[in-house]
Design a protein around this ligand. Sequence first.
Ligand code: NAG
Ligand code: NAG
Ligand code: NAG
Length: 608
Amino acid sequence: MRSPGFPLRYLLLAFSLLLVVCYYLSRSSDELSFATSDTSVPATDDHPIDTLISRAERDFDALITTESRTLAESAAAYRERRGRHPPPGFGDWFKFAQDNNAIIVEEFWDQIYHDLEPFWALPATQIRKDAWDFEMTINVRNHRATAGSDWFWTQIWLNLIRTIEHLLPDMDIALNAMDEPRIVVPWEDLVGYVREAQKTRHMANIGDVVTEFQNLPAATEDPQRATDPTKKNWEATRPFWNIVKRGCAPTSLVRQGETMRDFDHPPRISRHLQAPHSHKGYVSNYTLSSEICHQPDLQGLNGIFVEPLTVQSTKVLFPLFGGSKLAVNNEILLPAPVYWNEEERYTGGGDHGGPWADKTSRAIWRGVATGGRSRENTWPAFQRHRFVAMNNCTKLSLAQNWTALPANFELPDNAIVAQQEGKLGEWVSSWSDMGFTDLFCETPPQEPQPRTSCPYTSPHFEVLGGVKMQEQFAQKYLPDIDGNSFSGRYLGFLRSTSLPIKATVWREWHDSRLVAWKHFVPMDNRYNDWFGIMQYFLGYEGKTESLPAHDEEAERIARAGKDWAEKVLRKEDMQAYVLRLLLEYARISDERREHMGWVEDLLLGKSA
Ligand SMILES: *[C@@H]1O[C@H](CO)[C@@H](O)[C@H](O)[C@H]1NC(C)=O
Ligand SMILES: *[C@@H]1O[C@H](CO)[C@@H](O)[C@H](O)[C@H]1NC(C)=O
Ligand SMILES: *[C@@H]1O[C@H](CO)[C@@H](O)[C@H](O)[C@H]1NC(C)=O
């Protein structure tokens, strides 16, 4: 039935559309981005960060309503989301999680399925052989985990896995002992694997379901004599960008674009490339912001893409476990060893900082000039160098009064009031305390650590004294910047009473448990939103304009991040994650995998 107001509603709709169009047309030309910017965020008059914060709160509330409180609920959520029966051992997994007060939201384990899905397309015998054959492994037999290597990372992972070994079936776990991830399967191959994997996705008939894992021969014995390990053809290709490229779709900007060879100039920041993951210049889709394929300018903005410390890559998909990876990598993620180990220099030990009101309204960062192997003609492309330089008030003032153009960053575009008033350096120095503790320089003469001088970066950077984590927590704002790979202090920052501001190209085990703008503040990998973020939180008292501070918002996110980290990023949560992961992995390594599962809940239902 038609309502009488129908045509009027159309008119109103047309009118509001016109308003929206006029609004966009009136925006300055540097916001060309509107055509592609994230359309999932509604346009309002609020500060864009207010909009993003309230959306994050809504998303988070929706996420936790899906919590499973019973084994049956959890199994149902599993079948619904994964399209298969849970793996054998699922009942024990649930009991472990519940006994340890884990919050069980099926989405929290999405990373596991993202990482493992393509392996359904590989023969199980091949998976077992490649895992067993790898240079560094943890072996589980008869509920006992051992490792042939005493490399410290292996030992830390072994220590983690031992805590759940009584619940694990036999398996071999190949470990990546390098800082950087190593597998980039060409996009076309990966699409093929995922398509094959899709075909295996089904719910086996309850009566046919195999509920036990297989036993493997002793770890010293070749489990599959007749199968050869896959040839990895390790590549040490430089630039690393060419390896990254093949992980992107043929239609993507990265795959179609050029590979940069010259980094001996200030980096070129392409604002329009951040539009798809941004709302008015601020990160609105954090996951997408860490995807690389739509952002070709990142190759000149992060050391990993210029020259990683150790790079040895392969196109071959095989089950390699590691602590972090780029979105184009195909490793299987475990919680990183530094998180399990809780080293004081990364976490601040038991001290998470005092109350918010006792902190100073400042931002602090100290660290080593890592990011990869920086050289005389490449260091301007390194992220930590860029971030430290951007926070150097002398450099900012020199740039603002046209005395010296920045060597490795761009001044923000004109949305910062202090900059409009010609006081960017002054303003930044009133709240920012950043610097290197070690110049991590490649060229000889090598000094003993920390390296306090470097022929090519010394003119630009001073070496400052280190600041203990506990002392850093006396400031409200803690930017977190990638090093050679992911930043190991992130968990310590989240657990602190201060506010982490995070930019990264790295993926970690915990990504689907954290909501950007709810638990932490996301920052673009270009860092060109940094001053805007700080202006939002600190406000600005200027001659021409005054902007309000948003200290309460900052405090609220800092507290929410800390509370949440204490609920879902505990060691018990890492154990529950690894247990779920390894049960899935053991199933995928078994020829009978398509018929294996846990169906006790369905059997009960049948007999009742
Ligand atoms: C964020 O980006 C991812 C791709 O990385 C996409 O799957 C997801 O739907 C996006 N989220 C929103 C809210 O648009
Ligand atoms: C530019 O700024 C620097 C750093 O604050 C200062 O030393 C210098 O005198 C300024 N130059 C001019 C021309 O204002
Ligand atoms: C800040 O920049 C100046 C000028 O480039 C440089 O001399 C100084 O060492 C820098 N300070 C820090 C902390 O890096």
